[in-house]
Design a protein around this ligand. Structure first.
Ligand code: GDP
Length: 612
């Protein structure tokens, strides 16, 4: 069959062959693979009702639709597949290697997340548990918040470690899970005995059950007057959590974070639940892998990430990739600031030595050489960028084409901040700003760290504002931004950033006009003036009639003609620029001649409306 010609550019037809494209590929990428002209693909897609330029990312469905149209099967490779393939090429896999005999694996400590309703004592309980550490007493040093900590407790004569994630609440739990990271083995559900089951108690419980994570209930604040631990047990049966003493299989422990009563029992319950329902093991001999719990930029030490080792043993000097960050482990620190030589499974450690800051929920793995780490990180970075571009691009239908051509305006932002949490929070808050349908906000790049030269390079396209949250522009970036006039703004509070961006967006709105009445005149007589047409001999009733102002003609209360202009204005024989109330004048409305006695001419002007 002959190549179909679309818009004058020929398009080679496939006959059902498969092309593989990464998610977020552009028409140019596709054109390269199938040896076609990008322009022909743009046209073909246009005929399918989508207007997309050659270099824009195209979403999965559209790629497949286009493929079907031109005779190719397009296989969009997901980021996860790509990651797997990427690791494959380096002979690496993520996750547990199956060839190992699990029986040889070592028992590993459980990883616990504390959840529950606000003010029920999650934070205080985590603090109290931190000090319940039998090993902690000799470890010394001030405990720092690094996102997770491990304590050692005694159970049946054995010293058993337990790891706690130090960010209470189900939001971070769920955010991690959404990113594919399964970190938590056991959830401690905190319920205040003087309060009872509350909305967030139920939410937390639902999240834990959805993740199929066993729950231990800590009935807190039993020191308080009016505490009623039995009521909590009873309330929770309605949600499928039946206490052991009532014949169920959930352990309930009465505690007080304030008096530290019951903490040992709680730790025992956690370990017993782990032993009974989970067989937590890990192979300490495997290549180390795990999850990033928290990432931040430290003023002195640079990017610092708290990671949780999930298998293998992480050692100082290892080459590591975490999300799209990489580097050599310069030092490993525990929550007391002590340097460690190695970290075993379920051990949270701070890793110093990465080149950038990974995000919470990113997985990390150790590779043989720095070079490989760098390559994996680079490819992940490119992929993340592509995927972001694709997901942000709005599909434009033919109906919208008109509007699209009228050009919806977009404010592009680059967000840099001192840690991944604030960057994400700021982005989320900014994306909620709505000013108008035809103006959109787009974050083209975000990251942790100071504003670099490459950020400014990226911003050199038009309408990009660079936001620095608790960070500044570094070295060359400052000069370049100043020289090229890039708008860089610094913030230390989120709401201020929101306010300023909102007003920047408003500034981009097309001006809105409002009508301001100038004057009205009543037609007393109609004169025919040769070559000019009808002129209204009028009496100005209110305000002022101004030459060249906008006018409309009203007859018996109805508008006869709109969009007129006062083209000529005369007082007797002389031209006038304006005629005031109470005076007579001759008004010519250009080619509009349908003027009758008693008509009213209203004049007005359009003034730009200030935005609220
Ligand atoms: P979160 O919002 O769940 O993290 O709750 P917090 O840990 O911030 O605790 C909320 C309030 O309850 C604080 O004023 C704590 O001092 C108090 N609190 C927490 N646990 C106990 C407890 O066991 N007994 C008493 N009396 N007060 C507690």
């Amino acid at each position: 069959m002959a190549a179909p010609s679309m818009g004058g550019v020929s398009l080679p037809r496939g006959n059902g062959q498969t092309v593989r494209l990464p998610r977020g590929a552009s028409l140019t990428d596709l054109a390269e693979r199938i040896n076609a002209e990008p322009a022909a693909l743009v046209t073909a897609l246009f005929h399918l009702g989508e207007m997309i330029t050659a270099t824009q990312s195209v979403n999965d469905e559209t790629l497949q639709l286009l493929g079907a149209e031109i005779g190719w099967v397009i296989q969009v490779v997901s980021p996860e597949d790509e990651d797997r393939e990427l690791l494959d090429t380096f002979d690496l896999t993520f996750g547990d290697a199956e060839s190992d005999d699990e029986d040889d694996w070592d028992i590993r400590p459980p990883v616990v997340t504390v959840m529950g309703h606000v003010d029920h004592g999650k934070t205080k309980l985590l603090d109290a548990l931190r000090h319940a550490n039998v090993a902690g007493k000799e470890a010394g040093g001030i405990t720092q918040h690094i996102g997770a900590y491990q304590i050692v407790t005694e159970l049946e004569g054995n010293e058993r470690p337990v790891t706690f994630i130090d960010t209470p609440g189900h939001e971070s739990f769920t955010a991690m899970r959404a990113r594919g990271a399964k970190v938590t083995d056991i959830v401690v559900l905190v319920v205040a005995a003087d309060d009872g089951v509350m909305p967030q108690t139920v939410e937390a419980l639902n999240h834990a059950q959805a993740a199929e994570v066993p729950i231990v209930v800590a009935v807190n604040k039993i020191d308080k007057e009016g505490a009623n631990p039995a009521k909590i047990r009873q309330q929770l049966t309605e949600y499928g959590l039946v206490a052991e003493e009532y014949g169920g299989d959930t352990m309930f422990v009465d505690v007080s974070a304030t008096t530290r009563q019951g903490l040992d029992d709680l730790l025992a319950a956690i370990l017993l639940t782990a032993d009974a329902s989970l067989d937590l093991r890990a192979n300490v001999g495997q290549d180390p892998q795990g999850v990033v719990i928290e990432g931040k930029l430290d003023k002195g030490r640079g990017p610092v990430a708290t990671v949780l080792v999930q298998r293998g043993t992480l050692r100082q000097g290892d080459s590591i990739v975490a999300g799209d960050a990489y580097g050599r482990v310069r030092s490993l620190l525990d929550e007391h600031g002590n340097k460690l030589k190695e970290a075993l499974p379920a051990r949270p450690v701070q890793v110093v030595g990465l080149t950038s800051v990974p995000r919470a929920g990113d997985t990390f793995l150790v590779v043989e050489e720095d070079r490989i780490a760098r390559q994996i990180a680079d490819r992940r970075q490119a992929r993340i960028r592509n995927a972001q571009n694709a997901s942000m691009r709005k599909r434009i239908s033919l109906e919208d084409l008109d509007a699209a051509l009228k050009e919806t305006r977009q404010l592009n932002l680059i967000i840099k901040g001192d840690n991944s949490g604030t960057v994400e929070a700021l982005e989320e808050a900014l994306m909620k700003i709505e000013v108008s349908d035809d103006i959109s906000l787009r974050v083209i790049h975000r990251g942790v760290g100071g504003i670099t030269k490459s950020d400014i390079d990226l911003a050199l396209a038009d309408d990009v504002i660079v936001l620095g949250f608790n960070v500044r522009a570094e070295g060359q970036a400052t000069e370049l931004a100043a020289r090229e006039g890039v708008d860089v703004r610094y913030y230390t509070v989120i709401y201020q950033a929101i306010e300023e961006i909102e007003s920047a967006l408003k500034g981009m709105l097309k001006p809105e006009y409002e009508e301001v009445q100038l004057g009205t005149a009543e037609v007393r007589e109609v004169f025919r003036v040769p070559k000019i047409g009808n002129v209204a001999g009028s009496l100005v009733r209110s305000g002022t009639i101004v030459r060249n102002s906008k006018a409309r003609l009203v007859r018996d209360g109805a508008v006869v003609a709109d969009n007129l202009t006062v083209e000529s204005l005369r007082r007797f024989k002389d031209d006038a620029t304006e005629v005031r109330e109470g005076y007579e004048c001759g008004i010519g409305l250009g080619s509009f001649n349908d003027i009758k006695i008693d008509d009213v001419i209203q004049t007005f002007e359009l003034r730009e409306k200030p935005r609220s």
